[in-house]
Design a binder for this molecule. Structure first.
Ligand code: GAL
Length: 649
């Protein structure tokens, strides 16, 4: 089991290396991550490769039995490269060239950048191929993060034309699929197709979706080139990974594709960040772990775990004593097997002087140091538990093309894909169930429950998979706007909504209304929910039940139709949630579902997360108190923000 820190030995006077490595060792670490921003140090001038600084650091680390994860340095290129080849710099939508000075301001399609990146990575990996201390390579750093997945430069435009030509072969096909007859946008040649940059009103929806696919293709091609080089030259004992940043659903690349050639996924877990006055909700942090575990369907690493306050120009919330430790336990519960904290020391210079490390600027080995030391010494006792496989009965399904479609055409000012996903995830999270967050392309036939938020793009083949799932006894919850679109981002012609899943949902939708996040329509229950009152925001589908039973209707003098329905299909049950219905209603539905489907769940006090892991018939309960109050679970008491693992036979 690897536990350690992100260490930047190049940031400090060389004389401090011994002292730092000793401090890292005494914290019970056995790994550091190094190198991911040090391209200039390794290639100070074009073609002059020099790894001597890291050779020395690695020797010192080895003397203390500390292993190394080495980051390929392509996230920060040297100034000489940008000066000599300015075309490597990416461009904003309005044509502003991103200047040298930040990070990741390169264009994934620049052949010059791809060539120089290939060379530095090849030289670096070859140099350390036989280095036993290096046990893993990290590709780039948080690829595509901070807006770096978008670029509108000339090279991108030309590459986009090639991408389209490859896809459609014939411009008439593109015209037909896009429906360019609308507003007279018919193209004679691929090279006439614009990028969706600023214009009057808005661009064609099919064009926008193809642009998103092209962005994803560009980033993933770069990642694959880098991964292939590392794989070709690395030692057999070395793994390959990349660190996934948060905010997955607002990114323009398909993450599953990004990691598909990796040995394991690494995630950077930041429950708070600059400007946030409180952490993101516990359910959302949990979901990010389930998402990362879902990428390769196996347990994963965390290579940046927060311990201190963080921020670039604005700093955020300071984790309360033991709170960051509790977030680490939450990560371990959800499938993290190995963990590195960001970062060893707070840097006094440079853009991240406000990213507080384990050791303070003042050299204080205080609360943060002790908390990490504590995590490391405790968690080693549970190595086998952490490595055990997590089985889930529930899956939340997402699809990047669908998310991109939403991100381009929000339809309601209150819509946010992540919020809609959380609307379904949270009630089941609060029942302490195991949930996988996985792409819709994954085989989902073995789950008992599928949560399907706002999945607009559904074709016949996917509908058939849902049909089989329900027929065989599964429960599905669909939400509003399900099945309205095809893969070109176009609305189905002559199809009553929700399109291909109309029969299994047992409803039809002929009228819709976009609400805002604040705009509220009351809803009232019937049948099992007789007299229950709640509200709906963001959106409402005005539902006409065909075979479905109505559970809630809108309280509205004009459109008092169904808001939430339940249909029996085969041996299964299919719910349709017509709008942004409040958590109280969905919680009741979740309770019914876990009982009926016999999904393993655990009742706990509000704010106390319980996640069980089973190994050799022993049950390990990871208990995480996310609140500032004392909580208890059976006979175990947890102080504010405390976390514990208790074992029952
Ligand atoms: C991460 C990033 C690190 C550092 C850190 C600051 O997103 O990978 O390099 O910037 O945030 O908290």
């Amino acid at each position: 089991m690897y536990l350690g820190v992100d260490y930047y030995p190049e940031h400090w006077p060389k004389e401090m290396m011994d002292e730092d490595i000793l401090g890292i060792k005494k914290m019970h670490s056995n790994i550091v991550r190094i190198g991911e921003f040090a391209w200039h140090l390794m290639e100070p001038k074009e073609g002059n490769y020099d790894f001597s600084f890291f050779d020395e650091a690695i020797e010192k680390l080895k003397n203390q039995d500390i292993n190394v994860m080495f980051g390929t340095p392509t996230a920060t290129f040297p100034a000489w490269l940008a000066k000599k080849y300015p075309t490597i710099l990416s461009e904003d939508e309005d044509g502003t060239v991103r200047s040298f000075g930040g990070r990741r301001q390169y264009c994934y399609n620049s052949s010059v950048y791809r060539e120089f990146s290939a060379r530095i990575t090849e030289n670096l990996v070859k140099h350390y191929e036989n280095e036993q201390a290096i046990i893993a390579w990290q590709i780039d750093n948080e690829i595509g993060h901070e807006g770096s997945d978008m670029c509108y430069c000339k090279t991108c435009h030309e590459e986009f034309h090639l991408f389209l030509e490859n896809k459609y072969e014939n411009i008439d096909t593109l015209n037909r699929e896009y429906g360019t007859i609308f507003w007279g946008q018919t193209y004679n040649h691929f090279n006439e197709v614009p990028m969706p940059t600023k214009t009057i009103t808005t661009h064609n929806p099919s064009l926008k979706l193809d642009w998103a696919r092209f962005r994803s293709f560009s980033l993933n091609r770069f990642t694959k080139e880098q991964t292939d080089i590392v794989r070709k030259y690395k030692g057999e004992h070395q793994f390959v990974t990349t660190n996934i940043a948060g905010g997955f659903f607002s990114k323009w690349f398909d993450h599953e594709e990004t990691v598909k050639d990796m040995d394991f996924v690494s995630y950077d877990n930041y429950p708070v960040w600059g400007g946030l006055t409180e952490p993101i909700p516990p359910a959302e942090i949990a979901m990010t772990h389930d998402f990362n575990r879902g990428l390769l369907n196996k347990n994963y690493w965390i290579v940046e775990e927060l311990m201190g306050a963080q921020g670039h120009d604005i700093i955020g919330y300071l984790p309360r004593p033991n709170q960051a430790k509790m977030w680490s336990y939450q990560a371990f519960a959800h499938g993290c097997t190995d963990m590195l904290y960001f970062r060893w020391r707070g840097m006094t210079k440079g853009a991240e002087q406000y990213c507080y490390g384990i050791v303070g600027h003042d050299n204080n080995y205080g609360r943060r140091y002790k908390e990490v030391q504590n995590v490391f010494s405790d968690i080693r006792n549970y190595e086998e538990v952490l490595k055990s496989e997590i089985k889930s009965d529930i899956a939340v399904l997402y699809d990047y093309e669908n998310i991109w479609s939403w991100n381009f055409q929000q339809q309601s000012s209150g819509f946010d894909f992540k919020n809609e996903l959380m609307r379904l995830y949270t009630p089941f999270y609060k029942l302490n169930t195991h949930i996988d967050v996985v792409p819709v392309s994954r085989d989902f036939s073995d789950y008992k429950v599928l949560l399907v938020p706002a999945l607009q793009i559904i074709d016949e083949a996917l509908a058939e998979r849902f049909r089989l799932f329900a027929e065989n006894g599964g429960t599905v919850i669909f939400t509003f706007r399900t099945g309205i679109k095809d893969h070109n981002n176009n609305i189905y012609l002559k199809q009553a909504l929700p399109g291909f899943v109309k029969d299994i949902t047992g409803v039809e939708i002929h009228e819709i209304e976009a609400l805002s996040a604040e705009q509220i329509v009351p809803v009232v229950g019937s049948g099992q929910f007789e007299g229950v009152r709640s509200t709906c925001s963001v959106w409402r589908d005005i539902i006409t039940p065909v075979t479905a039973e109505t559970l809630f209707t809108y309280e509205d003098p004009f459109y008092s139709e169904a808001a939430l329905t339940k249909n029996s299909y085969g041996k299964g049950t299919v719910y349709y949630v017509g709008g942004g219905i409040e958590e109280d209603v969905l919680t009741e539905i979740a309770k019914t579902i876990v009982e009926n489907q016999q999904v393993d769940h655990i009742r706990s006090e509000d704010g106390l997360e319980v996640y069980n892991r089973v190994i050799d018939k022993k049950v390990y309960y990871f208990l995480m108190n996310h609140t500032a109050e004392t909580k208890s679970f059976d006979s175990t008491t947890l102080q504010p923000y405390e976390s514990k693992i208790v074992c029952r036979n």
